[in-house]
Design a protein around this ligand. Sequence first.
Ligand SMILES: [Zn+2]
Length: 285
Amino acid sequence: MVTKKIINSKKVYITEKHHHNLIPWAQLRQGIKNNELLVLSLDHHTDIYVPFQRFAKDSQGNYDPQIAIVEINKMDFNNIKTIENAIPNLRNDEHIETALRADIIYKFFIIAYKYQNDQPLSNEQTKYTAAFSPQLGNFNTSIPIPIRPYTYPDADIYIPENNCFVGCPGPHVDRCVIPHFNQCIESIFLNDQLDIMGQMSPSLIKNGKFSNKYILDIDLDYFHTTQSIHPKNTDTFYRLIKNAEIITITKEADFIAMWREEHDSSLNVNDLVAEILIHIKNATT
Ligand SMILES: [Zn+2]
């Protein structure tokens, strides 16, 4: 289920499905006294479904949160067997809430596509929307349109807005899609996302750097084109690799196959794995 590699003393774990990463995350958690572990996840999707959503069904086939709680309570990060036993009953979009509730991970930061608004929404935007939001029937224009930096409520999962590539003059149209994908690990893009994350959680991210131990988690379906894994500027991506406690990489080959059909016929999951490992080697040499 998990392939381990050590590259210049950096521990790297490769899995087929995203929820399999709970195993290396739990192993790392064992060595940490208080739950302070963060995950920075690069992913096409946000994978924030409730734990055991498909498994925890009552006799009528409806989701039963009590069944899910029983399954969560069976998970003990100090006993990896209990984590392995949970994997077949989880799906590849339930691991984030599971890791939070099973006390493996403290907080998640996720860079994902198709996020038009920050999650959670900033206090300033919430206030503005409450006053002026025609689709909600609010027409009060007394509050000016907010501009960054924003302040945010506390949360377990932070996902910055990700509307287009940095530098897009707008409006965002079809021709934005590929340049947006191609910028996904460029420093200019990652710095922008880290800047928003720093506003979201100033105590955990300062000047683009994490204050706590963190896992760099890469779902390969974050890459939609071959060019996207060959950034011109690797400074930020390499810093994120270098400072990570461990790196977890998930193949999610079915999605790569979809992107190959939709976006780039040269895209290939084995090449993406090889390229990521080269980046890790270069970053840690
Ligand atoms: Zn655009």
